[in-house]
Design a protein around this ligand. Structure first.
Ligand code: FEO
Length: 161
């Protein structure tokens, strides 16, 4: 069984993952409306990953005898600016997510819940990858500017599995 404090914190994080999913869906819609279909597809991939993150936490909660509950998803931004600004927004967001995951691990350590701490290690590692991928795309966007390079990067990002 999960302690109530841990259950509440995990539920908050699961809902935050769903909020992230909608953030990326919103970014995908912006790219679609601008004809940048590769960028849009990449952001849809990000959307799916975030939904999986939420499921991962919720499945774990159920395994430990808790019942996850969904919160309302509010205040999703809709206009992010240029492609580089979209990805900078995403990076800033993921930096906050990393901070939240770190705080969650601290809370779980305080509660001495080893199984949950172990499960959360996956998220700690995932955040390293998330931030690094976004930094890589931002660097490319800054190097190529708005010309033909943007078209090539759009093609590259379309290939995301
Ligand atoms: Fe679920 Fe982007 O971290």
């Amino acid at each position: 069984m999960l302690k109530k404090r841990v259950e509440k914190a995990l539920n908050t994080q699961a809902n935050a993952e769903l909020w992230s999913a909608h953030l990326y869906l919103s970014m995908s819609l912006q790219f679609s409306s601008e004809g940048l279909n590769g960028f849009a597809a990449w952001m849809r991939g990000q959307y799916s990953e975030e939904v999986q993150h939420a499921f991962k936490i919720m499945r774990f909660m159920v395994e430990r005898g808790a019942k996850p509950t969904l919160s309302e998803i509010k205040d999703i931004p809709v206009d992010f600016g240029s492609p580089v600004e979209v990805f900078e927004f995403a990076l800033e967001h993921e930096t906050k997510v990393t901070d939240n995951i770190d705080k969650l691990v601290d809370l779980i350590r305080e509660e001495n819940d080893k199984a949950t701490e172990y499960a959360l290690q996956w998220f700690v590692t995932e955040q390293v990858e998330e931030e690094s991928t976004l930094v890589g795309i931002i660097e490319k966007l800054k190097r190529i500017g708005d010309g033909a390079g943007l078209y090539l990067l759009d093609k590259e990002l379309a290939a995301r599995q």
